[in-house]
Design a binder for this molecule. Sequence first.
Ligand SMILES: [Zn+2]
Ligand SMILES: [Zn+2]
Length: 459
Amino acid sequence: MGHRDEDRETRTDTADGYGGGRAGGRGPGDGGADAAADRDAAADRDAAADRDAVLAPLDDRLDDLVALYEDLHRHPELSFQETRTAAEVARRLSSWGYDVTTEIAGTGVTGVLRNGSGPVVLLRADMDALPVTEGTGLPYASTVPGVMHACGHDVHVSCLLGAADLLAAGRARWSGTLVVLFQPAEESGGGARAMLAAGLYTEGIVPTPDVVLAQHVAPFGAGLIAYCPGACMAAADSLEITFHGSGGHGSRPETTVDPIVMAASFVQRVQSVVAREVAPGERAVVTVGSFQAGDTANVIPDRAVVKLSVRTFDETVRSRVLDAVDRIARAEAEASGAQRPPETVVLDAFPVTFNDARTLRQVNSAFTGLFGEQRLFAYDPASGSEDAGLLATAAGAPLYYWWLGGWDPEAFHTAFAAGRLAQDIPSNHSPRFAPVARPTLTMGVQALTTAALSRLEAR
Ligand SMILES: [Zn+2]
Ligand SMILES: [Zn+2]
């Protein structure tokens, strides 16, 4: 599969190391090295001048962006219900000259800015909030009972709108096609998939991108960016499997096919997948979190329903584990003499979020040029999951997804020094999750804009 080939290529690339420096830079012993060095230096200066010119209006736009962020935070919307947010996004994109499509998979919005020849760069934000009751006490806390932007997707929307504004205003400085995409339902896992199924690329709603870029706000100091090469987030698959038996009286099991025994055998046996079919160095988790069958003691029901969750960090391991789960479910049904094979419904499916090494290196080089090396740090893979990667794999394009610091740096350092990060710095999805707006939005807009410019062509 294309995806795996891509993985292999980028892993080879990772093995080479990524010591920074310009992509396509000179190797030792190149002829005409001095002339090439001069050209590189001149190109760097031009790129920095273009970037600075595009970013220049940010200072003036920041008050408006903070107001937008606080407004979005006050009015959070759950997955696939992001109508108010989507309307605001569409209104702004249209006013800046984007070719806007709305109501993709319900509430998804895209904006396309065709600006001459060059690559197609897609920037992505998610829009949904969570069923969490806000406990921040902020003056702009949620006004919707039981719903909160506790994962910072309001930061993502605000930053992407900020970058879309700057890149449109500064279009004389770059060439190519910019796609900005605001997706519904990242939390429930269906948003990116639903937009793809609605024909995002296949129906030409947006041109197929050459690269997909996205960021997520996280609880470390504002002003920092964290990156993780390769697999940076787990794949997560949730399945519902229905085992079909044949019901009857509890006193006469010989006249039935008992789905409880069938499903119980499955639950036991499926635990052997990680223990016996996954290598010790590979990581996988299989958890059965729900088992439902029957209503009373003396009736054998006609079906049992099992829900399970699978987490993996590698697409090959992922398909092997999912195939094994399916094989065991079918085999247990057959072993029990079931008349019908079990039925499996995919409840949600997040791919492995895989950062392409070359893209990461190129964009990080642009980040370093603007922010300096001390504001970038490498980070371990997270066990959470994301669906941004689907937008890249469906296009056969590389992905770079980085973490954006959103916490008050002083509070973070105090907690770190006291060894109290876990207690004092709320994680994403906490009722106390509260990014500091101004520095977080500033760096988030700068990062998206700089990343996009590094992948677009200069004029
Ligand atoms: Zn989340
Ligand atoms: Zn999130």
